[in-house]
Write a new protein. Structure first.
Length: 196
C-alpha cells in the first residue's frame, strides 16, 4: 500500500460521471485531514488505512455512492450502506469541516487502540461443530493440522459451514479434499476473495 494508489485512480476513472467528483472529493479530504493515511482496494472499492486499521472507505454504485467510517457510530436507519446514506452528489456530503471532524474522531479512536464500534459490540458466536470426516482429514495431514490449530474461530467456522452444507457424500468428500489442501497452504475458505 502506498499513500496514493494507482488502483484507486483506476477505480475513480471507471465510475459514472456523477460519482467521480464524490469519490475524488472524499479521497482529497481524507488525505488532507490525515496525511499518514494509505490507500488500498479492499472488497473491490477504495479504503483509507491509518496505522494498519481501516479508517474510511468510499464505494460508487450505479446511482449513488457510499462512505463508510469504520470508527464512526452507526447512524441507525439510513438508505444505503455507510454512515452517510446514499450520496448522489457533493451536496449530499456533510460540510468539509464536519467530515474532517468525523475523521479526527476516528483517528483518535484508532490511536487509543479502540475497536470499531460494530466490532466492539459483536458477541462471540458459538463454535460450529466440525464434521467428523473433515476433522479426521485435517488430523491426517500434519501441515493442515498445524494451520487449522492456528486459524481464528471465524476461519474454522467458514470451513465447517461449507462442509456441513454439502447435500451429498460425493460433494462433501470433494469439499473436504479441497479444504485440506487449502488449509495446508494457510488459506481461508474464501481465500480467492481476500486479496487487498
Amino acid at each position: 500500500m502506498t499513500a496514493r494508489s494507482d488502483a484507486v485512480d483506476t477505480y475513480i476513472a471507471g465510475q459514472a460521471d456523477f460519482a467521480r467528483p464524490i469519490v475524488a472529493h472524499v479521497r482529497a479530504l481524507v488525505h488532507d485531514s490525515c496525511p499518514d493515511t494509505v490507500e488500498a482496494i479492499k472488497w473491490g472499492f477504495p479504503h483509507f488505512v491509518y496505522r494498519g486499521k481501516n479508517l474510511a472507505s468510499i464505494a460508487a454504485f450505479s446511482h449513488h455512492a457510499a462512505v463508510g467510517l469504520w470508527y464512526g457510530e452507526d447512524a441507525g436507519e439510513r438508505d444505503g450502506m455507510g454512515q452517510l446514506g446514499k450520496i448522489r452528489s457533493l451536496a449530499d456530503l456533510p460540510s468539509d469541516d464536519d467530515f474532517r471532524a468525523l475523521l479526527a474522531q476516528s483517528v483518535a479512536l484508532i490511536e487509543a487502540g479502540a475497536k470499531p464500534p460494530r466490532l466492539a459490540a459483536r458477541q462471540p458466536r458459538e463454535p460450529l461443530p466440525v464434521h467428523p470426516d473433515l476433522a479426521a482429514a485435517i488430523d491426517a495431514d500434519p501441515a493442515a493440522a498445524a494451520v487449522w490449530a492456528a486459524f481464528p474461530p471465524g476461519k474454522q467456522r467458514d470451513y465447517a459451514e461449507w462442509i456441513g452444507e454439502a447435500k451429498t457424500d460425493p460433494t462433501r468428500e470433494r469439499r473436504i479434499a479441497e479444504a485440506v489442501a487449502w488449509i495446508a497452504e494457510g488459506k481461508g475458505r474464501n481465500w480467492k476473495y481476500e486479496k487487498c
